[in-house]
Design a protein around this ligand. Structure first.
Ligand code: RIB
Ligand code: CA
Length: 310
């Protein structure tokens, strides 16, 4: 089975870390590089977190540091969710793993243009790096198969404002560039990620698997669950792992195509992913949205991935 070449662009962040664990465990993906953006925390912190997570799970792919702020706005972070370090909870050892000497967008361009197979991008944070990549190097689009992103929502509203999900809200202009790029998009928005919930008993099952990665995942989830549980959720939505899982096990997901536009100017709606829900619309779809997931199957996929590490 030919592996899908992917680049993961992330802002670790607890669920980004879980997405990396899932991706590197899969026989179906070849992770050509990991690039990092600001988002859950500042770029300095998300980059440090990426190095520590990857080192800890025994992976050292080419690593690219992105830019430290959105294309046209100031960075908004989420310490309420991910803590001051961006990865509060488990203490991860420092590492001598270093990023490449070239910026993330140049690393992405190099890998995409040199790949014999079209590359799939997996953004799990704000879309700043991808927005800059498409603006600076539009030629890369010819060798990108698809973007499988975590962000936005079709009919679930927002989580950082009533209208907008965090990743899109942080850099709406970058998201607009991506959603109008013509590159096929699979969108794991809140519609599916709120269903892709891991429950407290399942976190205990994960911890009991033992081994450094299952225990790390459980400890990440112990902290990550606090915010959503405080809002009244039954567990922790595994947002970013959805953008990976739908490539590995698409049969677990139910999808529907929509035309989605990004609001970049609204006083109350900036960052909204506005889906055209009119059955008579003439707008051509630009998004395949994951709308539902076989939750138990998804959790088993995730647990098996954690358990597969030495
Ligand atoms: O809204 C959830 C998204 O925002 C996830 O990617 C999480 O890591 C944060 O970046
Ligand atoms: Ca993220």
């Amino acid at each position: 089975m030919k592996k899908i070449p992917v680049i993961i662009d992330c802002d670790p962040g607890h669920d980004d870390a879980l997405a990396l664990i899932l991706a590197f465990a899969s026989e179906k993906l070849e992770v050509k590089a990991v690039t990092v953006t600001g988002g859950n925390q500042t770029l300095a912190k998300t980059l440090r977190n990426a190095k520590r997570i990857l080192s800890y799970i025994g992976k050292r792919p080419p690593l690219g540091a992105g830019v430290d702020k959105p294309m046209f706005r100031e960075l908004e972070t989420a310490p309420e969710v991910h803590g001051d370090s961006g990865l509060d909870g488990p203490s991860l050892p420092d590492t001598d793993y270093r990023e490449e000497p070239i910026p993330a967008v140049d690393l992405m361009r190099k890998i995409i243009l040199e790949s014999p197979e079209p590359v799939t991008l997996i953004p799990t944070g704000p879309l700043t790096n991808v927005g800059i990549l498409f603006t600076a190097y539009p030629e890369v689009k010819r060798n990108i198969a698809r973007i499988s992103l975590m962000g936005g929502s079709i009919a679930e509203g927002g989580n950082w404002s009533p209208a907008a999900e965090f990743n899109i809200l942080v850099d709406p202009e970058a998201a607009d560039i991506v959603y109008t790029s013509g590159v096929p998009i699979t969108m794991s928005g809140l519609d599916v990620t709120h269903k892709a919930m891991i429950l407290p008993a399942e976190i205990e099952t994960l911890r009991k698997l033992g081994g450094k990665v299952p225990v790390l995942a459980a400890e990440l989830l112990d902290f990550f669950s606090k915010y959503d549980r405080s809002l009244g959720f039954k567990g922790a939505p595994l947002h970013d792992p959805c953008a990976v899982a739908c490539l590995i096990a698409p049969a677990l997901f139910t999808t529907r195509d929509f035309h989605v536009a990004i609001e970049t100017r609204g006083k109350y709606t900036s960052g909204m992913t506005l889906a055209d829900l009119r059955f008579w619309t003439k707008e051509k779809p630009n998004v395949t949205a994951n709308m539902d997931v076989n939750r138990e199957g998804f959790i088993k996929l995730f647990m098996d991935a954690c358990d597969s590490y030495p």
